[in-house]
Design a protein around this ligand. Structure first.
Ligand code: S3P
Length: 185
């Protein structure tokens, strides 16, 4: 099918937000932005919204107030974003580990798990020091622990896409095809 037809058909059936989940460094923001651009939808990153609401970056929120405070803000921000209609939302890796958020995500969105291989996530998260959860030890070990704990939850997503370091267009095409298949299954 021509790409414009694919996009037109997706748009005509889309009645819920598209929400990206996945581990840190999997590429949720990069793919989410490209997906929103292709579909002519708005894009929003829940981590950015939390930072705006708190007036400080995530690492500072963790340092000053701790993770439970961050999770509480994350829960409220995502609940608000889900009420804003059809748009593309990228979430932080821990968002759907909160049962209340997960319940709404599975019910009210089309969820897309962005999955990447460990070396890709390690390389990307190693580019800066912005992930407080990776500061407390060996990032490879921490990420491996999160794979174990979170993948059984991420697996509930409606769509799974494989992310890599190649051109974003390739991942975007994969996403559009899977999204179309899901909507017309
Ligand atoms: C977190 C992931 C981060 C951010 C916070 C906690 C997590 O977002 O929300 O540092 O629990 O996995 P990204 O997945 O966008 O890096």
């Amino acid at each position: 099918m021509a790409e414009e037809d694919n996009i037109y058909e997706i748009r005509s059936r889309l009645d819920r937000p598209l929400l990206l989940i996945g581990l840190m460094g999997s590429g949720k923001t990069r793919i989410g932005r490209a997906l929103a651009g292709a579909l002519g939808l708005g894009f929003i990153d829940s981590d950015d919204e939390i930072e705006k609401a708190a007036g400080m970056d995530i690492a500072d929120i963790f340092d000053k107030f701790g993770e439970p405070y961050f999770r509480d803000g994350e829960k409220r921000v995502i609940a608000r974003l889900l009420d804003e209609g059809v748009q593309v939302i990228a979430t932080g890796g821990g968002a759907v580990m909160m049962p209340e958020t997960a319940e709404r995500v599975w019910r009210d969105t089309i969820s897309i798990w962005v999955r990447a291989e460990m070396p890709v996530m390690l390389e990307r998260t190693g580019r800066n020091d912005r992930r407080p959860l990776l500061r407390g030890g060996d990032p490879a070990e921490i990420l491996a622990g999160l794979v174990e704990k979170r993948y059984p939850v991420y697996e509930k997503a409606n769509i799974v896409i494989d992310s890599h370091n190649g051109p974003v267009e390739a991942i975007l095409n994969q996403t559009l095809t899977k999204l179309h298949d899901f909507l017309y299954r």
